[in-house]
Design a protein around this ligand. Structure first.
Ligand SMILES: Cc1cc2nc3c(=O)[nH]c(=O)nc-3n(C[C@H](O)[C@H](O)[C@H](O)COP(=O)(O)O)c2cc1C
Length: 210
């Protein structure tokens, strides 16, 4: 049952060192690309990083960014940043890091900009809708990938904390300029079984407008 898979999936941050067979990785991406997307644009690409030097370079870039952030915030918040930032490099022990990319569109926003008849606020809403739709579609693909990883006996986690170093990560991974990084997703055979962190009851996060 899909609901059982959803409930049992956990964010795994500790991995065995064994490589993930390429066929398993390909299966995860096949699951990812079944996701829906606006106008079926499929605004996603997937980088599969297994080269140790690239994973290490990404972790070093994130640590550099965290060190700069630490210098830029009030001294009394630095311990809290260190504890939080520790979670930004938890991908580095994985044998494989999948990096989903997203791309927005600007079809309608280019048309309304050329026409010039709409107020700026409405043009901004259209631009945001087209830009964000790419990230939404790629995020749905990411959730499929996480569920498929769990179902295949692999551990994985979405990680957006590392994006504090997004420009440097894009350089290391040679990401084309029109694409953005959704998250880093470490994948591997799990070396931990995290306890479920719990959720707010659905009734507490729902408001009916009937
Ligand atoms: C968008 C997003 C970003 C996340 N970023 C990080 C991260 O940078 N580092 C990390 O260790 N976990 C990260 N996580 C994992 C969350 O901490 C985790 O999903 C949450 O605590 C709930 O635990 P569960 O996934 O096991 O249910 C992220 C999850 C999501 C969805």
């Amino acid at each position: 049952m899909i609901l059982d898979v959803m409930r049992a999936r956990r964010s795994v941050r500790r991995f065995r060192s064994d490589p993930v067979p390429a066929a398993l990785v390909e299966g995860l991406i096949e699951a990812a690309v079944t996701a829906p997307s606006a106008s079926n644009k499929q605004p996603w690409r997937f980088l599969v990083v297994t080269r140790r030097s690239a994973i290490d370079a990404m972790a070093a870039a994130v640590r550099d960014a965290l060190a700069r952030i630490e210098q830029a915030i009030p001294p009394e918040s630095r311990d809290a940043l260190r504890a939080y930032g520790d979670y930004f490099t938890r991908f580095e022990g994985a044998p494989c890091v999948i990096v989903p990319l997203h791309r927005g569109a600007a079809v309608l926003s280019n048309l309304v900009d050329a026409g010039g008849g709409l107020p700026a606020e409405e043009r901004a809403a259209i631009a945001a809708m087209e830009r964000d739709s790419g990230l939404v579609g790629a995020s749905l693909a990411l959730q499929n990938l996480l569920l498929a990883a769990h179902d295949a006996g692999l551990g994985a986690s979405a990680m957006t904390g590392p994006l504090v170093a997004a420009p440097r990560l894009a350089e290391i991974l040679d990401v084309p300029p029109s694409w953005g990084i959704v998250a880093l997703v470490p994948i591997g055979f799990p070396a931990e079984t995290p306890a479920p962190p719990g959720r707010k009851p659905s009734s507490k996060v729902t408001r009916w407008i009937a």
